[in-house]
Design a protein around this ligand. Structure first.
Ligand code: ADP
Length: 392
């Protein structure tokens, strides 16, 4: 079956076409457009390009289109991208303003232009559906909770891939199978627990605790604005700071929101860049603000990772993924520093030679296995869509 994965940003459209079968996963075509104003035009162009190149014999050759939707009001999971999905995306448009309106527009266009393909949405929140209620409930008044203000979690496709892949790397086929079937079967018990902490460190970052293939807690909360400091976004912030900043700095709510989403995180602390490569250069040149930005990122990664140790009751694997996690041995080493007591021992040579590829970077005698696992969210989408279509 040919599965097209559509990645929609507020002004971008990227796609990847997969051939999926029980024993085969192959990329047939990929492409993208920037500065998009009319999704319909670029979707039509992408379909024509795929037809011309022979990746598809005709449009009808595409069995399904998968959308990595971010969050929906009162809806999550891997579901048909129907009116309910559109309502859910629009209901939370202001919580994910860069993504929800784009996905709603893209889904509408796809359904019109490619009616023969099954449209499926995999919400980034889906991986967190089975988290304990205590891990999702904010201690807000009931009315706030009822309005949908709770911890949802994001980067679900990425962390789900880690759940599957880390179990495979540890030779735990029972847990790998449980992780693969999570959206069809929910969490399942296994004889011996497998406990993983997954660090997705990239343009935006999150840390998730995973037991037996299912999430038990995560650093991102109600919106992708929370948890670790991100490229331009603040991460966790005391709610008391907002009314105070409004008065003390004379800022409107819109301006507060702009500064916390565009001028915070790595760029906010370093004043240098929102890209860790540039911040690291300034750090190495002795820039104190850049040093602090790096220290804050490392501190927050460690703080969040450690917060899952007690709920998990121990640790078997610690993983790094996404642009920062895959490519920066120095940062992985800083995150894992002094953790021998907890069974985490990094092998410097293995760590330093592992960039952008999969690898085990712990010492052979490390009780906790530390892995680098390259993110591949498009493949996760294609797999989930394929699983959904072949399981019901
Ligand atoms: P996004 O979350 O936007 O998909 P990425 O996962 O690519 O972004 O992460 C972007 C971050 O990863 C940037 O801060 C960048 O510095 C870092 N990064 C990406 N590639 C490299 C690399 N080759 N070496 C060092 N850092 C990298």
């Amino acid at each position: 079956m040919k599965v097209l994965v559509a990645n929609l940003g507020s002004t971008s459209f990227k796609y990847r076409l997969f051939e999926m079968s029980a024993g085969e996963e192959q990329v047939l075509a990929e492409g993208g457009y920037e500065r998009v104003e009319d999704y319909g035009a670029v979707i039509t162009d992408a379909l024509e390009t795929m037809e011309k190149s022979g990746a598809v014999s005709s449009r009808d050759d595409i069995g399904a289109v998968g959308f990595k939707t971010v969050l929906g009001r009162n809806l999550s999971g891997c579901v048909d991208a129907d009116e309910k999905v559109l309502d859910a995306l629009e209901g939370f448009a202001e919580v994910a303003p860069a993504h929800n309106p784009a996905y709603a527009a893209g889904i509408r266009q796809f359904r019109e232009i490619l009616p023969s393909a099954r449209a499926v949405a995999l919400f980034e929140t889906a991986f967190y559906q089975w988290m304990p209620e205590a891990a999702t409930r904010y201690a807000v008044p009931e009315a706030w909770h009822k309005a949908g203000i709770r911890r949802y979690g994001f980067h679900g496709a990425s962390h789900k891939f880690i759940a599957e892949r880390s179990a495979e790397l540890l030779g735990r086929e029972d847990v790998a199978a449980a992780a693969r079937g999570l959206y069809q079967n929910g969490p399942v018990d296994v004889d011996q627990p497998l406990r993983v902490i997954s660090c997705h460190l990239g343009g935006s970052s999150s840390v998730t605790g995973i037991r037996n293939g299912a999430a038990i807690g995560t650093s991102m909360g109600f919106s992708p604005q929370s948890g670790l400091p991100q490229n331009n976004r603040v991460g966790d912030l005391d709610s008391g700071a907002i009314p105070y900043a409004s008065k003390a700095l004379g800022l409107s709510m819109a301006e507060i929101e702009r500064q916390l989403t565009k001028e915070s995180g790595l760029i906010g602390v370093s004043g240098v860049s929102n890209d860790l490569r540039e911040v690291k250069k300034a750090h190495d040149a002795g820039d104190p603000k850049a040093r602090l930005a790096v220290d804050v990122l490392v501190h927050e990664t460690r703080r969040w990772a450690s917060s899952f140790l007690f709920p998990l009751g121990g640790l078997d694997a610690f993983t790094f993924t996404a642009g920062i996690g895959e490519n920066n041995p120095w940062l992985r080493s800083a995150v894992c520093e002094g953790l021998e007591e907890f069974g985490v021992k990094i092998d410097d040579e293995r760590n330093n030679s592992c960039k952008g590829v999969e690898g085990e970077i712990s010492t052979p005698d490390s009780k906790v296995k530390v892995h680098v696992i390259p993110a591949n969210e498009e493949l996760v989408l294609a797999r989930e869509v394929f699983r959904k279509l072949t399981s019901n």
